[in-house]
Write a protein that binds this ligand. Structure first.
Ligand code: F6P
Length: 355
């Protein structure tokens, strides 16, 4: 009987997922291994919904954004007997292993399946946030950072024309990778990320000093999970994995409002301060949409082929990763338990430009 494995994409979608799916299917086909694609992440692994992926199904899909398998944030851990249900689905379909493509949540579930029920898994790290440990980059990040960078590039001209201050909010959860790479490359005057705590007073110092130095406009990038001492920020609610629903946040709006109010109220400034305006843009899911960049197509393809290779060899229990220029196997436990934040030295280098 032909060998058969399952594959799923879980968590937020991300440019490059389709390149991975294609890589796994192509490499497995070389060894005559069938690949069953579960629909909508762990939901499909619980219900069995999905289909065998043929080479025709995956032809050319590396150029498309999103995932042909759909995704969800279904959390197996929260479902009574969830792990056993996934194992039963796999047994029923005759799957010897599962390739799980996801971030810390999806890979965390895969890791527990492996540890608790001995299910054979291969992890593939995915997230636009680039916060997964043990891999230098996750696919999807490059595309998202480029989308955010291009958006900020565009905002410069309108900010300059109206001599306004702009706040641009980027995704990334508790890591500032997208915000820093986009904001730095697009010449922001200040980039605020969760790894580097800040205060309202520090932000006002920068905006005010630019005003006093005759700079006509100011561009500030802020990561969605930045906490600012001195700025009131409300409760957001959580998703199925317990993460704050940052899409509900009014961070950019509140920050823009506070900067405008403080500037207008500052009587040490000249009377033109009364015309000071601040606007905000929340880039949101735009950063996850559309075609993957060249980097993400190739990284996704390399990771997909490597994951397929591990399946062919029956080499299970780890995660493919990019370290330097090489695709390697990394420890799943290490990958899902420690978050990869932006290191201080990268932020320090970027800070030279914040003035
Ligand atoms: O983890 C990826 C991500 O895009 C985060 O940057 C963001 O906070 C979150 O997902 C949004 O999730 P959802 O698509 O469920 O709103």
């Amino acid at each position: 009987m032909a060998r058969k494995i399952g594959i799923l994409t879980g968590g937020g979608d991300c440019p490059g997922l389709n390149a991975v799916i294609r890589g796994v299917v192509e490499r497995c086909a070389q060894d005559g291994i069938e690949v069953y694609g579960f629909l909508a992440g762990w939901r499909g692994a619980l219900t069995g919904e999905g289909k065998i992926l043929t080479l025709d199904d995956v032809a050319g899909i590396q150029a498309k954004g999103g995932t042909i398998l759909e995704s969800s944030r279904t959390n197996v851990t929260k479902i009574p007997g969830g792990f056993e249900k996934v194992k039963a689905t796999m047994d029923k379909l005759g799957l010897e292993a599962l390739v799980a493509i996801g971030g810390d949540d999806t890979l965390g579930v895969a890791n527990n399946l492996r540890k608790e029920l001995g299910v054979s898994v291969v992890g593939v790290p995915k997230t636009i946030d680039n916060d997964l440990n043990c891999t230098d980059f996750t696919f999807g990040f490059d595309t998202a950072a480029n989308i955010a960078m291009e958006a900020i590039d565009r905002l410069h001209t309108t900010a300059a024309s109206h001599a306004r201050c702009f706040i641009v909010e980027c995704m990334g959860r508790s890591s500032g990778w997208i915000t820093l790479y986009a904001g730095w490359a697009a010449d922001c005057d200040l980039v605020l990320i969760p790894e580097q705590p800040t205060t309202m007073a520090e932000i006002m110092n920068l905006v005010k000093s630019r005003y006093l130095n005759g700079k006509r406009y100011t561009m500030i990038a802020v990561a969605e999970d930045v906490r600012i001492d001195g700025l009131e920020q409300g409760d957001l609610g959580t998703d199925a994995f317990g993460h704050k629903l940052l899409v509900n946040s009014s961070l950019a709006k509140d920050l823009a409002g506070a900067i405008e109010k403080n500037m207008r109220a500052d009587t040490t400034l000249d009377e033109k301060r009364e015309y000071f305006e601040c606007r905000y843009v929340v880039l949101g899911h735009l950063q996850r949409g559309g075609a993957p960049s060249n980097f993400d197509r190739i990284l996704g393809s390399r990771m997909g082929v490597a994951a397929g290779d591990m399946v062919c060899k029956g080499d299970y229990g780890s995660m493919v990763a990019l370290q330097g220029t090489k695709i390697v196997q990394a420890d799943l436990d290490m990958a899902v338990t420690v978050r990869k934040d932006v290191p201080d030295d990268i932020y320090e280098a970027a800070k030279i430009y914040f003035k």
